[in-house]
Design a protein around this ligand. Structure first.
Ligand code: FES
Ligand code: FES
Length: 159
């Protein structure tokens, strides 16, 4: 019999029987159908699977689902509210920071974790904040600009 785990995802509570060796990424995607967390390298390298765990960006491919029990998980699906995109989502679109989009959910969640902790990051801090997320398409310039736009709107984004 697999252990019962309570996962709190995007403000909803799920009681699930989860095999102890199941990864959080697999449970989110295959059981909860939250496919915004992408399956990339599955080795903790690319960041495509990034979700927030108690507000911290983590690689869901490297975390056992049972270890996330009782903690607050946020995925990209939980970022918009009342039908309105989160400012980071809007900024990524407006700045052209999305190309194939594979990295985008994880990138935005890492940016959110950064801005929640430091509303006024400089470019180097932004680079550091998204250093766990690889993008093969954009060259990062537009991504950094999008994050800066939101930081500036919050009163930060100093050069
Ligand atoms: S899929 Fe998790 S870090 Fe690449
Ligand atoms: S937009 Fe394609 S990997 Fe980042």
């Amino acid at each position: 019999m697999n252990p019962e785990v309570t996962l709190r995802v995007n403000g909803r509570r799920y009681e699930l029987q989860v095999r102890p060796d199941r990864l959080l990424l697999d449970v989110l995607r295959d059981e909860l159908r939250l496919t915004g967390a992408r399956r990339g390298c599955e080795t903790g390298y690319c960041g495509a699977c990034t979700v927030l765990l108690d507000g911290q960006a983590v690689h869901a491919c490297c975390l056992l689902a049972v270890r996330a029990g009782g903690r607050e998980i946020q995925t990209i699906e939980g970022l918009a509210s009342n039908g309105k995109l989160h400012p980071l989502q809007r900024a990524f679109i407006e700045e052209g920071a999305v190309q194939c989009g594979y990295c985008t959910p994880g990138m935005i969640l890492s940016a959110k974790a950064l801005l929640d902790e430091n509303p006024a990051p400089g470019p180097e801090e932004i680079r550091q904040g998204i250093s766990g997320n690889l993008c093969r398409c954009t060259g990062y310039v537009k991504i950094i600009r999008a994050i800066q736009t939101v930081a500036q709107a919050k009163g930060g984004g100093r050069p």
